[in-house]
Design a binder for this molecule. Sequence first.
Ligand SMILES: [Zn+2]
Length: 313
Amino acid sequence: MKFGIDIGHNCPPDTGARGIKFEDNLTLDVGNRVISKLRALGNEVITCKPDGAGSVRDSLSKRCSRANASGVDVFVSIHFNAFNGQANGTEVFATSDRGRKIAKPVLDEIIKLGFFNRGVKSGSHLYVLKNTDMPAILIECCFIDSKKDMNLFNAEAMANAIIKGLTGKVASTPVKPVPDEEDNIDTSALRLQKALNRLKITDQNNKPLAEDNDAGPSTKSAVEKFQSIVGIQPTGTATEATWNAINLILAKRIIRPNHAGGSVVRYLQYRLNVEADGIFGAQTEAAIKQFQRQNGLTADGIVGPATWQKLIG
Ligand SMILES: [Zn+2]
């Protein structure tokens, strides 16, 4: 299928309504999701919103021309309503019977999210429905000046409902990559204290650190201890090298005998009471196996997710 997706407004002087939220922002958010989800499902999408326009009429006219010139099968305009703060719910406009057949399942899916059903309505007063050559619908997703609707509204859920209504298919939500601690850029005192506590590095009195975001003497002493353990000059100041070592350990890479070295291995040796030489040799492997047996894990000598879990949570 070839869809013409029209992200409402966002083309000054054609700007949307303002309520608790701005229509421009919401149509853009939902519209972009709809476009990428339709494409992910194998559809062709023509984006109909122009980059610029001299007037509102020009903006609307360009949207229709693009859809007509591209010969899209279905035209979908995405909008949000605003009225008096009390009105709420979803309505979908269409002009033709074929348009109504497309509008109905879209409305039904959005209603499932909890919005009030205002029905499929005749949209012969709407410029983009009147001036497009193909079956066309205009979705008023919900009311941006309704507290009820804005509490209920979620852009991802709205986009998924529109996709289900248009295609009958369930859209996939993009999988967020698992955050990798090695790339964590937070170098606050609070994160430092939390990290050192997690790594079981105590202060000068062998006490866990207070997580108070104040890098005072006890935090400094723990940093110094950590630096000695991993083989960094012990200054008590969390330098870039210090953070690199902390983040690398927190990233919980799989550590194998004869492969790994450096700060992570030194840290493991500290935890296992092995002489700290930074090389994962036979002695370290034996200590890992013993630790694994003591903790009910498979004693394979490889520091994988389960072993890391027991070590640093
Ligand atoms: Zn609008």
